[in-house]
Write a new protein. Structure first.
Length: 89
């Protein structure tokens, strides 16, 4: 029997993953010449991860997905700060 709370949480996290993915893609498109390869790799990984989120079956799976999404979001939200540090050196 499916746990509907887990399913609902997985759907919300799936949508959040796609919002974060959109940030990465926007960054990649707007920085074609200077976009590091790691960002391109993250786009591919995050896309695959979003598909896995929808298959979460336990609360532990949901918590792990939340933590991973926090990390992905922190990276893209702070990418301008990280790239400006590189320019200062």
């Amino acid at each position: 029997m499916p746990n509907y709370l887990i399913t609902a949480q997985a759907e919300v996290l799936y949508e959040k993953a796609h919002r974060i993915l959109a940030k990465y893609m926007w960054f990649e498109i707007n920085n074609k010449e200077t976009c590091p390869q790691c960002i391109k790799s993250i786009v591919i990984d995050l896309s695959a991860f979003a598909k896995k989120i929808i298959l979460c079956e336990t609360t532990q799976d949901i918590e792990n997905a939340k933590l991973n999404l926090i990390i992905y979001e922190n990276i893209i939200d702070n990418i301008s700060m990280l790239s400006s540090d590189k320019k200062d050196k």
